[in-house]
Design a binder for this molecule. Structure first.
Ligand code: PMP
Length: 319
């Protein structure tokens, strides 16, 4: 039974004092619907459609302390554009100006004294228990400390018993909150079986992606990656392709079966959080090449330089 005060009123909810999580403390700022406020004092709605039905969209973005000491959000416009496109794909109103959101994100990073950070904007729906569309959406932008580059720890990956969501049942190209139930199930299954991460197939049995990252595989000097359609086509995936062009590495977007990956030369996951991270094995079958000799290792080094704006192109230096 809920405790009712002698006055007949319900007690007000007391904010827990132990707010020292890895994500925020009593001083942490967030951007919430046009204002910058304290995370520990901000409120959301328990009657919201996003909480109940997983009907929301979000982004995963990173900022880095660059070689010159500045804070730079990597590919910020591409991420906020994807946020807007994801909202559109789910019929969620999105009225914010992207430049304003980017400016607000830099301000939140500055207040939170963060440079190497993870940035999480979430567009969420109002209180609405029906399935009808809403007239407005809300937005929060959260930031927290991210460890610098993951380095060269290689992953033991397993083919998941879970498939990625059917693109005829979901807007698979959107980064929607509800899709991540699938990611959580796959990742938890892999970890419970002693692996580091899962690799999911699509509904047709072709290799799709990891729970939160895209995949590339190296075979005889060429990098292959699943083509768009049944995956979230990542911004890091696009960056890897740009780096391949710069480095004269041949790549192909294609359909791959697990058998094409087993015993291949090398493979890696790529994503904003994962960055570029090599695999040791898939389903306990090791990749043939030493990671340091792989194409992925070259891409990993180039990606690391790119995000901290280390390697200025010759043209940029001379002109
Ligand atoms: N696939 C899924 C399912 C993801 O969650 C992510 C992370 N956003 C990616 C791929 C990689 O996308 P990005 O490179 O844009 O972070």
């Amino acid at each position: 039974m809920p405790k009712i005060l002698p006055s007949g009123k319900l007690p007000s909810y007391k904010t827990p004092t132990h707010f020292e999580t890895m994500y925020y403390n009593d001083h942490t700022a967030i951007y919430l619907n046009g204002s910058i406020v304290k995370a520990a004092e901000a409120k959301t709605d328990f009657f919201g459609q996003t909480l109940h039905y997983g009907y929301g969209v979000f982004e995963g973005i990173r900022s880095y302390r660059t070689a010159s000491g500045e804070t730079k959000i990597f590919k910020e416009l591409a991420h906020f554009e994807r946020l807007r496109n994801s909202a559109k794909a789910l019929n969620m109103p999105f009225t914010w100006d992207l430049a304003t959101l980017i400016e607000a994100t830099y301000e939140v990073l500055r207040i939170n004294e963060l440079q190497d950070a993870y940035i999480r904007p979430v567009v969420y729906a109002p209180a609405n228990m029906s399935f009808n569309p809403n007239k407005e959406s809300f937005i929060v932008i959260e930031t927290w400390q991210m460890q610098p580059f993951l380095g060269e720890k290689l992953l033991k990956v397993m083919t998941s018993s879970f498939e990625r969501p059917n693109p005829r049942g979901f807007r698979i190209e959107a980064k929607a909150t509800g899709h991540y139930v699938n990611s959580i199930l796959a990742s938890q299954e892999a970890k419970s079986k002693g692996f580091d991460e899962a690799l999911l197939n699509d509904l047709n049995g072709y290799v799709a992606e990891g729970p939160g990252a895209n995949i590339f595989v190296e075979r005889q000097g060429v990098l292959y990656t699943p083509k768009a359609g049944n995956i979230l086509p990542g911004i890091t995936r696009a960056t890897v392709m740009e780096l391949c062009r710069e480095q004269d590495i041949t790549f192909e977007e294609t359909q791959l079966k697990t058998a094409d990956l087993l015993g291949a030369d090398s493979a890696f996951f790529c994503g904003t959080a994962a960055e570029v991270i090599g695999m040791e094995s898939l389903d306990t079958v090791p990749f043939k090449k030493k990671w340091s000799d792989s194409l992925g290792s070259r891409i990993q080094a180039a990606y690391k330089d790119l995000v901290i704006e280390k390697a200025l192109k010759t043209t940029e230096i001379t002109t």
